[in-house]
Design a protein around this ligand. Structure first.
Ligand code: AMP
Ligand code: MG
Length: 442
């Protein structure tokens, strides 16, 4: 048994994040697994080894326009059209001086020819006349190997496979080679929702006692977030639900912990009479690492670790916006760390369009939208809310804005940290932002 968890004081968000991320090595240190680039489940996986080009890119001098391939120096005289080259067809080994060939976009330029003149700049006859004052060598040709040479790294280890990375991997030959690629192990997550008032999503709630019950919106919301492959990417067991009773809680949490690296509970973690989750982990000898964070919403956020340190449990508050915010701020970073990515999902800094009420003692995380100001610049608008139970106001928002603590309003025009709900751009790929010279911006 560990010390009474309620004796742990609430901590700052950054301290909580550090404490949480330090537990991700449970997954991050696991050996990589083989996966096939042909398999859709590859999306969201993180490369454990680089993907190298198996051939030059492009593999041949490629015509980039439909037209005629010729010697640039011949462009001033009428040219015999000595044949044609279609895409995917080998070009003639030789084209005589004073001749050209009709060529399609994507076809290989015959050896010795160094320019492609597009149809529109010719009379399309035979012999061919070109209506240009001059034709530069290399015109409309994408030369062999300019993009990459065989053996070059096309995707570095640590790249998260999104749709584009998958396409690049296929171009690099990842699908042939050994037939498989090495990716990092994904975290296995179980979700357990709690509460006697919380009913299955298909319950019509038309019974005599149903006026005071609600549907299990958190279970669905969190399950779809955690399986979003390019922002989270967990392997999720089917979510389960526990009634507010010690026996039901014990059965659900033990079952969840048996097959997961991370158990996420929703609700039952505050100071209420029927908040049975902390007591259960304590009874099992798990250590409480976090019991409360100085933030709004999300104050009850909690973290425990199993005695053998192979499993962790996160306790999310039950209020829907609290559960959502904690998932974005904490769970997302833990999953990134467990995949070997930079735990920081990539916060932006953007100006507020309207003043916002601060909390005197805690940072406030508010769902927010990006709108354009009169000059077309992106600014943050924070919709009014009825508190952390107000799930409907989350619809249509694009991220969470962090409002620093203070006694007055956070003024219009001041900059706030903003975390988009979905991974975006280079941050999503595990890269740090860089400036124009390519240096990492810290
Ligand atoms: P709790 O943390 O269990 O006290 O729950 C806080 C609030 O969130 C209560 O109003 C609950 O009814 C609500 N809540 C808890 N779990 C869920 C859920 N899975 N879906 C929707 N609301 C929930
Ligand atoms: Mg409850």
């Amino acid at each position: 048994m560990t010390a009474d968890p309620s004796s742990l004081p609430p901590i700052e968000v950054d301290v909580a994040l550090d404490r949480l991320i330090a537990t991700a090595d449970v997954v991050a240190e696991r050996p990589p697994v083989e996966a096939s680039i042909r398999d859709d489940s590859i999306l969201g996986a993180v490369l454990a080894a680089p993907i190298l080009a198996d051939r030059d890119h492009p593999p041949f001098d490629r015509a980039t326009m439909d037209g005629y391939a010729l010697r640039a120096r011949d462009a001033k005289r009428p040219l015999i059209v000595a044949g044609s080259v279609a895409a995917g067809t080998p070009p003639p080994a030789e084209v005589a001086d004073g001749a050209c060939v009709a060529i399609a976009t994507g076809a290989a330029v015959p050896p010795g020819l160094d320019a492609v003149v597009e149809h529109e700049s010719t009379d399309r006859r035979d012999p061919l006349t070109i209506h240009l004052d001059q034709v530069a060598s290399g015109r409309n040709i994408h030369p062999k190997s300019v993009d990459a040479r065989a053996g070059d790294t096309l995707l570095a280890a640590g790249t998260r496979i999104d749709h584009i990375a998958r396409g690049v991997a296929v171009a690099a030959g990842a699908a042939i080679g050994a037939g498989t690629i090495l990716v990092r192990s994904r975290p296995r997550v179980s979700i357990v929702t709690t509460g006697d008032e919380v009913r299955p999503i298909d319950d019509p709630l038309d019974g005599p006692e149903d006026a005071v019950r609600i549907r299990n919106s958190n279970g669905s919301l969190l399950a779809s977030l955690l399986t979003d492959r390019t922002t989270f990417g967990a392997i999720l067991s089917p979510p389960t639900h526990a009634a507010d009773d010690a026996q039901a809680t014990a059965e659900a949490l033990d079952a969840a912990a048996a097959s997961a690296d991370l158990v996420i509970t929703v609700g039952g973690v505050s100071a209420g009479m029927l908040d049975l989750v902390p007591t259960h982990w304590e009874n099992r000898g798990w250590s409480a690492l976090i019991r409360g964070v100085r933030m709004q919403p999300g104050r009850p956020f909690s973290l425990w670790r199993s005695p053998d340190a192979t499993t962790i449990a996160i306790g999310l508050p039950g209020n829907p916006v609290s559960a959502f915010a904690c998932t974005q701020i904490f769970v997302r970073s833990w999953i990134r760390a467990s995949l070997g990515l930079d735990p920081d999902p990539g916060w932006w800094r953007l100006p507020l369009v309207d003043p916002v009420r601060r909390n005197p003692g805690r940072p406030v995380f508010r769902p927010a939208t990006i709108v354009m100001d009169a000059s077309g610049r992106p600014v943050i608008r924070i919709p009014t809310w009825q508190g952390s139970g107000d799930l409907p106001h989350l619809a249509g928002t694009e991220g969470l804005a962090r409002i620093d603590p203070g006694g007055d309003d956070q003024p219009a025009g001041s900059m706030v940290d903003f975390l988009p709900h979905h991974d975006f751009g280079r941050a999503a790929m595990g890269h740090k932002p860089t400036d124009a010279s390519g240096a990492v911006v810290t």
